[in-house]
Design a protein around this ligand. Structure first.
Ligand SMILES: Cc1cc2nc3c(=O)[nH]c(=O)nc-3n(C[C@H](O)[C@H](O)[C@H](O)COP(=O)(O)OP(=O)(O)OC[C@H]3O[C@@H](n4cnc5c(N)ncnc54)[C@H](O)[C@@H]3O)c2cc1C
Length: 403
């Protein structure tokens, strides 16, 4: 009989009560009772840490990966090209760049999918980024993103054309849409990938993302279901190069009102007004951390940012403390940025922050603790008190830039 659920079992005859598993469990889900390990299933998330440390093979874990489907007819790599007000978002070009590599390894086509209204003019822009084929769905109902209509259309396209991989930006729209699509088509979805590759022997997508609060990088595979679906964060991958003469085949699809209708009505789109430059697009970012000591001291960071024409970033510690709005947060649960220059002021450099900025070209760290982890990643480190260093830097930049 096949076990159709996940399970974990302590084999009482083998358990010697050594407590190794208790110490290894990152979730505090194991305790001892009568010298035998007991697992609290409300806390356990089947990570398997206890199984690896048990020297007596006393813990058995069973993971049900779902029934294997017939996946033989699925082919091609798809990229969902997100548009807002008719402007293709740059994450789409990043995905096309990465998608091309995956498609070449698999020997299949790179296909772009674009939904919107009056978007014929986008064909050339997407073609030039290397797509071999473009699925274009143009309808007034698709002008702006709506959960229902976009999900329905993507599901229909997937059901008809059967891609083996679907990539989507880990944006507000991408996250909302693709999870709905994955559930409807019964596919696996790995969110927030920072690396993608192909296991060429098994033809599997290797989806790497931070796990356990960013402390490890996990590579996830989807052997039994298709498509293999991933969201990827902005600025993690390089944009596809432009090849002006490249021409893609275009497949135009029309759908009935049944598919295009939405249970919600879009009244208005209210854009957040950024005080300075958009963080994700900025060439220079000056970021502040808890070392600033209080919200009022962000003025020092803002002054330097203003002088350099930079955007202002923030660590989560400062956002959680309400010193800065969430839109400024850099890191695993904030924005991923890749500026030419990132100046970290009073930020310790925990892994969750580093994930969001470590691919910056030049990193300057200002911290009074010479052992702060940020210095391991910094191009230039300034050890000292930011209350002295920031005003001095701002004054010097003002003087030089005035010339
Ligand atoms: C699931 C999860 C997701 C997370 N996501 C994010 C995320 O997206 N982004 C993020 O940033 N964090 C994130 N975190 C939190 C992260 O682990 C850290 O807690 C956070 O980054 C710490 O912020 P900080 O560096 O500002 O503060 P601290 O770690 O407290 O560091 C403050 C630094 O300031 C220095 N300092 C103090 N006074 C001065 C001074 N006068 N001059 C110079 N230096 C000084 C100190 O030496 C210290 O290194 C996440 C955590 C978890 C568990």
């Amino acid at each position: 009989m096949v076990n159709m659920s996940n399970s974990i079992t302590i084999l009482l005859d083998k358990c010697v009560g050594c407590t190794l598993c208790v110490k290894a469990c990152p979730f505090g889900a194991i305790h001892m009772a009568n010298k035998k390990a007991v697992i609290d299933m409300a806390k356990c998330n089947l990570c398997g840490a206890c199984v690896s440390v048990c020297e007596f093979n006393a813990i058995e874990i069973g993971r049900y990966a779902g029934e294997k489907k017939d996946i033989s007819s699925y082919k091609d790599v798809w990229v969902f090209c997100e548009q807002k007000k008719g402007v293709i978002q740059t994450i789409s070009f990043e995905l096309l760049g990465e998608g091309k590599k995956l498609a070449s390894k698999l020997g299949v086509k790179l296909c772009a999918v674009i939904l919107g209204h009056d978007i014929e003019s986008k064909i050339e822009e997407i073609s030039r980024r290397g797509a071999d084929k473009i699925y274009l769905v143009d309808a007034p109902e698709l002008k702006s993103y709506q959960d229902d209509s976009y999900t329905n259309v993507i599901v229909k396209l997937i059901e008809e054309y059967k891609p083996e991989i679907v990539l989507c930006g880990a944006t507000t729209i991408g996250r909302s849409m693709i999870s709905r699509v994955a559930v409807t088509v019964d596919a696996g979805l790995t969110a927030d990938c920072t690396g993608l590759d192909i296991d060429e022997k098994e033809r599997l997508l290797l989806q790497t993302r931070p796990a356990f609060g960013g402390n490890i990088m996990a590579t996830i595979i989807t052997p039994n279901h298709r498509p293999q679906m991933s969201t990827v964060r902005h600025k993690v991958m390089k944009e596809a190069e432009i090849h002006k003469s490249h021409k893609a085949e275009v497949v135009r699809k029309k759908y009935s009102q049944d598919i295009l209708k939405s249970r919600t009505t879009l009244l208005d789109i209210v854009e957040e007004i950024e005080e300075t430059v958009n963080l994700a697009e900025a060439d220079i970012i000056v970021s502040g951390g808890r070392g600033l000591g209080g919200p009022e001291n962000f003025a020092l960071v803002k002054e330097l940012a203003k002088t350099l024409g930079a955007a202002v970033g923030a660590s989560r510690a400062t956002v959680d403390a309400d010193w800065m709005p969430y839109s400024h947060q850099v890191g695993q649960t904030g924005k991923t940025v890749c500026p030419k220059l990132y100046i970290a002021c009073g930020i310790s450099g925990q892994i969750q922050h580093l994930i969001g900025m470590q691919s910056s070209k030049v990193i300057v760290a200002i911290n009074k603790d010479p052992d702060a982890p940020i210095f391991k990643f910094a191009t230039y480190g300034i050890v000292g008190d930011l209350f002295e260093i920031l005003p001095a830097l701002t004054a010097e930049f003002k003087r030089i830039l005035k010339k």
